[in-house]
Design a protein around this ligand. Sequence first.
Ligand code: BG6
Length: 481
Amino acid sequence: PETGCLSIIVLGASGDLAKKKTFPALYHLFKQGFLQSHEVHIFGYARTKLSDEGLRDRIRGYLSKGEDGESEDLVNFLHLIKYVSGSYDQEEGFVLLDKEISRHESLRNIQVGTSRRLFYLALPPSVYPSVCKMIRSYCMNQSDLGGWTRIVVEKPFGKDLSSAEELSSHLGELFTESQLYRIDHYLGKELVQNLLVLRFANRLFMPLWNRDNIANIQIVFREDFGTEGRGGYFDQYGIIRDIIQNHLLQVFCLVAMEKPVSLKPEYIRDEKVKVLQSVLPIAPEDVVLGQYDGYKDDPTVSQDSNTPTFASVVLRIHNERWEGVPFILKAGKALNSRKAEIRVQFKDVPGDIFKCQSQGRNEFVIRLQPSEAMYMKLTVKKPGLEMSTIQSELDLSYGQRYQGVQIPEAYERLILDTIRGDQQHFVRRDELKAAWEIFTPLLHKIDGGEIKSLPYKPGSRGPAEADELLAKAGYVQTHGY
Ligand code: BG6
């Protein structure tokens, strides 16, 4: 492993993402020994005028959940954090930031190793261009002894194909692709990372994973709360840009892509791009949009907003493996439950001698959250004297099977990947472009009011039309289990 000084700079340090995700993830890495005090320095940067202690006070509560607010780990971790305030588009702040980083690098005696600088942009997208320009001009690692500068960026990466390409070109002029880490935190989830293993390390699935055996696949995200406090942002983006075009599409890639040549990140990302490029244009009849009642009560939301808070979209892949198999990507806010899962439904058994088809089909469910699990719905003989059948499950629930194993937070894992220079779980530029190519025509139709969002009740399953779309796509509800 590389040694030498590691500076982690969180830009937007007093914002929500930094407080709720970035700093807690860094703290967990620190507690597990991945960030060594003698090598690491963490800098918060934002516009607010604050002291080091001021920033520490703001984040302390988010770190100490369930533990003593004065624990040794916490005190030691907070001690590593410094704060620099400055604007996002003026050089003074970045010159000062560079000076602070360099000062700490020299304290850490970088002669013995390399100087590594990781910039985490926990910022609104409007300031990305100027912040990146400033980092490029004033804050890059200049050490002759080697090391690196890496930039972590968060979605939204643009609003459609052309704005995303504009941002990509801008970043591409400033940094090389190997310096850019586009985070999609779904790629850091345990069961998402398990997908390649599941598909390519199990003989059982390989011959079945295709149009001959699979009837349809659903990738579903549900939340049981609305856009509280984020209405202003959300109304500009909507559920397709917020969840489907990135998180669900990344899961889709891993479910549908071909086997990569090896686990080399570039090979994996090549396959993801290929499957994205094989997706057919989305037909308007393959889309149902919804907006929950009460969404517009938020004063930051426009009164005539057509922004969907729910969407169900059928994707169809034009290739040898998947021709004719609908992939239903569905996401919604303010629904009846909080859950993210993949449901792979197999076709009916030909020549059913048990007359059991009406009970349901084989279905393989991968629950990403909460309570990570994989289970397979099977038809079995009903235990007893009679020869009749019932639906049952082969169940691998992580909580039971891996008791005591702490499943890492997505951000924790992805930040560690960034430090290690592993880009497998990050989105490459051409992948991002292909993702926008799929959704941009649809998004423009929605923005132009051509497709309307149907009302649904908060706490419901979403608009009934979405269930009709699912049935039309060939999904058969399982009964009697
Ligand atoms: C974010 C979205 O990217 O993901 C949010 O902007 C959403 O709207 C969140 O709530 C969901 O993440 P998770 O990990 O809680 O499923």
